[in-house]
Design a protein around this ligand. Structure first.
Ligand code: UDP
Length: 235
């Protein structure tokens, strides 16, 4: 296996599938299946899911509500998605633990780093809910932070596109695809990989990022087995 311990970041929007809002159960089951296959290979899997399919902090601001309140609402949205994924994984017989950055003890364990690592060592899929537990952050930042904390080998950012391009490939047919790119080049070219906080955390801690298409069946498994899929961002 190329990677022993991974942190998989999935956006909340990806969970919508073809819907406009909420959780598409087919998509959820598909993701759970992909995660199961990777865990079955003996790879330690941690997952962070966004909440954009339900609520984002900026939406609160747009309608005149308090931004910080909105961010906490966004974090709760990630807990809903995390619970859905946990349930889907359990239906497939995968052992999981949901650790939350906000204390919601009836449904999640509190996030404790050592406990997270212990769960991973025991082969449980660990889902990190509620982002970082702080407003003004994103779940990309949560993914970077938790990945560093648990000493993951890589952050795998599952998206709808197959990697990083020099421009939006849907709008610009001349866009160049990068198989490998450095943190420095991503920064200098102004490419959109993750928000700057998340990106900087990875850069400063030498944590590689792979951006890949999560919707192509088997991609996740091929990636951890060492196939060159998506775009690898490294020092
Ligand atoms: N959020 C936050 N702190 C965090 C993570 C998330 O305040 O550490 C809030 C923020 O409002 C964000 C929302 O939760 O907009 C949902 O997360 P995100 O937008 O990252 O979800 P995604 O785009 O991946 O679906």
């Amino acid at each position: 296996m190329k990677y022993k311990r991974i942190l998989l970041k999935l956006s909340g929007e990806a969970l919508m599938g073809e819907q406009q809002y909420g959780i598409d159960s087919n998509r959820l089951i598909q993701y759970a299946q992909e995660i199961k296959e990777v865990a079955a290979l003996g790879v330690e899997v941690a997952v962070v899911i966004g909440g954009g399919n339900i609520f984002r902090g900026v939406q609160a601001e747009q309608v005149g509500l308090d931004r910080v309140q909105g961010d906490y609402m966004g974090m709760l949205a990630t807990v809903i998605n995390s619970m859905a994924l946990q349930s889907a994984l359990e239906k497939l017989g995968v052992y999981t633990r949901l650790l939350s950055g906000l204390n919601i003890q009836q449904v999640c364990e509190p996030y404790i780093r050592r406990r997270a690592v212990r769960h991973l060592e025991k082969g449980r899929v660990v889902i990190f809910g509620a982002g970082t537990g702080n407003p003004y952050f994103t779940t990309d930042s949560a993914a970077s932070l938790r990945a560093i904390e648990i000493e993951a080998d890589v952050v795998l950012k599952g998206t709808r596109v197959d990697g990083i391009y020099s421009a939006d490939p849907e709008k610009n047919p001349d866009a160049i695809f990068y198989r490998n790119i450095s943190f420095k080049d991503v920064f200098e070219k102004g490419l959109n990989v993750m928000d700057m906080t998340a990106f900087t955390l990875c850069k400063e801690n030498g944590l590689p990022i792979i951006v890949f298409d999560m919707n192509t069946q088997g991609n996740l498994k091929r990636l951890v087995q060492g196939e060159e899929i998506g775009t690898l961002v490294t020092m």
